[in-house]
Design a protein around this ligand. Structure first.
Ligand SMILES: [Zn+2]
Length: 362
C-alpha cells in the first residue's frame, strides 16, 4: 500500500520550549504530520499557574494556529486541589507532569518519587476530574549505595508506578517515553485484567528514536543522547513489539526535545534530548513498515492516544475537515533546521526516509 489515511494524528509528549526555539520548532509539529500534541510544562520557570497555562497556550497557538495544543502543569508544591479542579473544569489542562528531581532538562524543581504521599490530595482531584498523571519514570540516585544510574533508573522507578496504581486505581497514569522491556512488561501486567471496552487507566508512550537506538548509538553521538537513555537490543525489541502490537495502552509520544547545536556539541554537560518533530510520523512509519505491521500504525499514531486522553468532540471538530496521509516517497531529513537565531540538528540528519506526510482536505 503506497498511501494510508491516518485521519487525526496525536503526539502525546512534545517539548516546544520558549522564545526563538519555540518559533522554530512549533510549526514542525504539523509539518511532521501531527494534528494534536500534548505539551510539556518544563519551561523556566515551570508551568504551575493558570495564567502561565493561558499565556503559553496563546503563544503556541499564535505560532501554529492549525495545531491543537493540549496543556499540562508541572507537578510541584505550588499546585493546589482547587487550582487543578478549576483548570480541569475549564478544559485548560489535560494532565500534570511529574519530574523526579534532577533527572532531566529543567527538572531541578521536581519531586522525590520515594514519597508521593504529599501529592495524594492532588491525585484525588485528578482521579475525579479525569486529569492524567504523566510520569517521567526514572528514580534519582541520592547516595552511592542506592546503586542507581542512567541504565537502571527506569527499572528502579517501576515499584513507584505499581504503588500509585494500587493507591489510585482510577487515576489515569502514563509512563512516559518507556525504554525498557521491564516497563513494557509492567504496563501489560497492570492491564492484564482489562476486557474490550473497559476504561484503561495505565498507558505508556513510546518515542520514535527509542525504536531505533541502543546504548552504542548515543555513547559516541551526542545528537542521539536523551533521558531516559536508549538501552539494549532486548529493550528496543520490546518497544518495537509494544508499539506495533496495536494494544490500546501503547501510543505515540515523541518526546521530541530540541536543543541548540552548540549545547549538543560540547565536551561536558551535553544536553539530553533528541529532536524528531519535523519527521515524527515518517520515522515511526518506517519501523512499522520494516516489521510488516503498517496495519497497526494508525492505532499507535492516532486512535490509542486520542482514546486514552478521552478527547471530546469539541477538540476533534477542529480537525474533521482534513486528514494526514502517509505516502511512500523518498524524504530526506534536513542536515539542520534554523531560523537565524537558533540551529537544531534533527534525528537521522541527512538520511533518506521511506515515507513522507501530506495534509489533504476530506
Ligand atoms: Zn520529555
Amino acid at each position: 500500500m503506497s498511501e494510508i489515511n491516518l485521519g487525526i494524528t496525536a503526539d502525546m509528549h512534545v517539548h516546544l520550549r520558549d522564545g526563538a526555539m519555540s518559533k522554530l520548532i512549533t510549526p514542525t509539529v504539523r509539518s511532521g504530520g501531527i494534528s494534536i500534541c500534548y505539551v510539556m510544562p518544563n519551561l523556566v520557570p515551570p508551568i504551575t499557574t493558570k495564567q502561565q497555562v493561558i499565556n503559553y497556550h496563546k503563544q503556541l497557538n499564535d505560532i501554529a494556529p492549525e495545531t491543537t495544543f493540549l496543556m499540562s502543569f508541572y507537578l510541584s508544591k505550588d499546585l493546589t486541589p482547587e487550582l487543578i479542579s478549576e483548570c480541569a473544569d475549564e478544559g485548560l489542562i489535560h494532565g500534570i507532569k511529574c519530574y523526579p528531581a534532577g533527572v532531566t532538562t529543567n527538572s531541578k524543581y521536581g519531586v522525590d518519587p520515594n514519597d508521593f504521599s504529599q501529592f495524594y490530595p492532588l491525585f484525588e482531584v485528578m482521579e475525579k476530574k479525569g486529569i492524567i498523571l504523566n510520569l517521567h519514570g526514572e528514580k534519582p540516585g541520592i547516595e552511592e549505595k542506592d546503586e542507581i544510574n542512567i541504565i537502571n533508573a527506569e527499572s528502579k522507578f517501576l515499584p513507584a508506578l505499581r504503588k500509585l496504581h494500587s493507591d489510585f486505581p482510577k487515576l489515569k497514569i502514563i509512563l512516559e517515553h518507556t525504554t525498557t522491556s521491564e516497563a513494557i512488561e509492567l504496563v501489560r501486567e497492570l492491564n492484564s485484567d482489562k476486557k474490550e471496552g473497559d476504561d484503561i487507566t495505565i498507558g505508556a508512550t513510546i518515542t520514535a528514536h527509542h525504536l531505533y537506538l541502543i546504548i552504542d548509538n548515543w555513547a559516541s553521538n551526542p545528537i542521539n543522547y536523551c533521558k531516559p537513555v536508549a538501552k539494549f537490543h532486548k529493550d528496543k525489541k520490546a518497544l518495537i513489539d509494544a508499539a506495533t502490537s496495536g494494544e490500546p495502552w501503547f501510543f505515540f509520544g515523541s518526546d521530541s526535545a530540541p536543543h541548540p547545536i552548540h549545547k549538543k556539541q560540547v565536551h561536558v554537560d551535553v544536553c539530553a534530548g533528541v529532536y524528531t518533530q519535523c519527521n515524527s510520523v515518517a520515522y515511526v512509519a518506517e519501523i512499522f513498515d520494516k516489521y510488516n505491521k503498517i496495519e497497526n500504525f494508525k492505532k499507535f499514531i492516532s486512535d490509542n492516544g486520542i482514546k486514552f486522553y478521552d478527547l471530546n468532540e469539541k477538540i476533534l471538530a477542529k480537525h474533521k475537515g482534513e486528514s494526514v496521509w502517509l505516502i511512500e516517497r523518498e524524504n530526506k531529513v534536513p542536515e539542520v533546521i534554523a531560523n537565524g537565531d537558533v540551529e537544531v540538528v534533527p534525528f537521522k540528519a541527512g538520511d533518506e526516509l521511506k515515507y513522507i506526510v501530506e495534509w489533504r482536505k476530506n
